[in-house]
Structure formats: structure tokens, C-alpha cells
Design a protein around this ligand. Structure first.
Ligand SMILES: [Mg+2]
Length: 276
């Protein structure tokens, strides 16, 4: 046969799937970072905030394992403990992590500026709002209540413990699509502040938007970002944009407040027959 006929979705976007920490709440994504530092400290191994942040976005146990495998951390662990960090050590640190994280989560639950306005715009466009996170179900229950008190209630929430594997695997996004009864995946856009957020969306066959400034890539409070000098800010911003673009993000913007205009662009690309 000389010709193959191919079906292409040309309709508009139908849903957005938002990350939590660093995307809609917890400007700078601090809540997990400070607890990762604490659980390693309790083992006698000091880690830096940069090391604590490196695997951000993953299931929290996967994240602890990933920190333990950073060469500098692995070497420090070996020197201090006289043996490598084992799976039992990772499990013990995760068990210590859970109550510590639950204790301080509410302190980091304020919404990132622009979240409510962006969500109002998504709803006006007729989009459903889903969400994914590396937090466990127990943590998410607490965070969802805090978010609701602040006026943010997504239509669907799936966390890393609800699926066989968290990011960068696509399962949380696919589970959201199922909950929201939305298809095809080309009609959904993923928004998040970490590289695994981007990979998760791409692996699910979705459009992806990276948020460079309000989350893990900057790792600063809103006040700290505002206090940066122009050159330092530009340098950090360029670095974050580059890392997210390299991971394959379709778009990178500063914060959730910048997402809405991109939805028009994605709709135009879909209408022209383009796929993510
Ligand atoms: Mg995040």
C-alpha cells in the first residue's frame, strides 16, 4: 500500500495536571528539602540543600535512595558508618521521614501567587484540573485540606503511593485522565517545577510546561528571589530554563501565573494537527 491514513486529534485541550509543591503551593519547594536534610543528619551524615533537592519530584522513598547514591553522599556515608548505605538504611530513613514531613507540611501550605487566578482561568476555559505529587497519600490528605482552606480544590489528585511507580513514570498522569474521564492524552497538559515532572508528562504523551522560578530549580522563597540582583537572577533563570528545555519541556515559564497564554498556543498547535 502506497498511502497510510493516520488519525490525528485536532480538538482543544481538555485538562491540566498540576504538581503541588513548588507549582501551586510551597514557593521554593522547601517542605521536603528541609526534612531530607534532617533524616540524613539523624544518621550522622550531613547533606547540603542542593544534594537534598537533586532528585526532587520522585516518590519520597525513591528520593532518599537517590540522595544516598550521590557520589559525595555515598562516600561520606561509607566514611562515617564504615559501610555503604543499604536498602534497610533507606527504609529506616523513609520511616523517620514520614512523621517529620507530616509535622511541618502545614507550615509550607501557602499557595503560590497566581494559583487561584490561573485555576479560575482554566475552569473558564472548560478544563478539568488534575494533580500529581511525590508525596504519600497520608501527606496529600493533609495538604489537600490545607489547600481547600485557601480556596484551591483540584478535580483529581493522584499521589506516588496510589500507583505502581511515581515520576518519571506516567502512571499518576494516566490515573488522573481516568479519574477525570478525559482523553486523548494529547488533550492534557502537565505543569510542574521539577525535571521528573516534565518526564512524567512526556512519558504519558502529554504537553508539558516547566515552571522555572517558583519551585525546586530556584529553591528560594519569594522574598529571597525578589532580593536577588539582576545578574544573579538572570543567570539562575537561564540555567533553569535550559535544564527544563533539555529535558524536553514544550514550554518553560517563570510561574503558574504565566501558564494561561500558553494554552492558546497549544490549542493552535493541536488545531494545526501537531502532537506533543
Ligand atoms: Mg514540585
Amino acid at each position: 500500500m502506497d498511502f497510510v491514513f493516520k488519525r490525528t486529534y485536532r480538538g482543544p485541550l481538555r485538562a491540566v495536571i498540576l504538581d503541588w509543591a513548588g507549582t501551586t503551593m510551597d514557593y521554593g519547594c522547601f517542605a521536603p528539602a528541609v526534612v531530607f536534610i534532617e533524616v540524613f543528619k539523624r544518621q550522622g551524615v550531613e547533606i547540603t540543600i542542593a544534594e537534598a533537592r537533586e532528585p526532587m519530584g520522585a516518590h519520597k522513598k525513591v528520593h532518599i535512595r537517590a540522595i544516598s547514591k550521590i557520589p559525595r553522599v555515598a562516600q561520606a556515608w561509607q566514611e562515617i558508618k564504615g559501610q555503604p548505605c543499604t536498602e534497610e538504611d533507606v527504609e529506616a530513613m523513609f520511616q523517620a521521614f514520614v512523621p517529620l514531613q507530616l509535622d511541618c507540611l502545614a507550615d509550607y501550605a501557602d499557595l503560590i501567587p497566581g494559583t487561584l487566578e490561573a485555576c479560575a482561568d482554566f475552569r473558564e476555559r472548560g478544563l478539568k484540573i488534575g494533580s500529581t505529587t511525590g508525596y504519600t497519600g497520608e501527606m496529600m490528605k493533609l495538604l489537600k485540606d490545607e489547600a481547600a482552606k485557601r480556596g484551591y480544590v483540584p478535580d483529581s489528585s493522584v499521589c506516588a503511593t496510589d500507583v505502581p511507580a511515581g515520576r518519571p513514570h506516567p502512571w499518576m498522569c494516566l490515573q488522573n485522565a481516568f479519574h477525570l474521564e478525559i482523553y486523548p492524552m494529547e488533550a492534557i497538559v502537565k505543569v510542574g517545577d521539577t525535571l521528573p515532572d516534565i518526564s512524567e508528562g512526556l512519558n504519558a504523551g502529554m504537553w508539558t510546561i516547566g515552571l522555572a522560578v517558583t519551585g525546586n530549580e530556584f529553591g528560594m522563597t519569594e522574598a529571597e528571589v525578589a532580593a536577588m540582583d539582576a545578574a544573579g537572577y538572570e543567570e539562575q533563570r537561564d540555567k533553569a530554563y535550559g535544564r527544563m528545555a533539555q529535558t524536553g519541556a514544550h514550554y518553560v515559564v517563570d510561574s503558574i501565573a504565566d501558564v494561561s497564554p500558553l494554552l492558546d498556543q497549544i490549542n493552535a498547535r493541536l488545531a494545526a494537527g501537531e502532537q506533543p
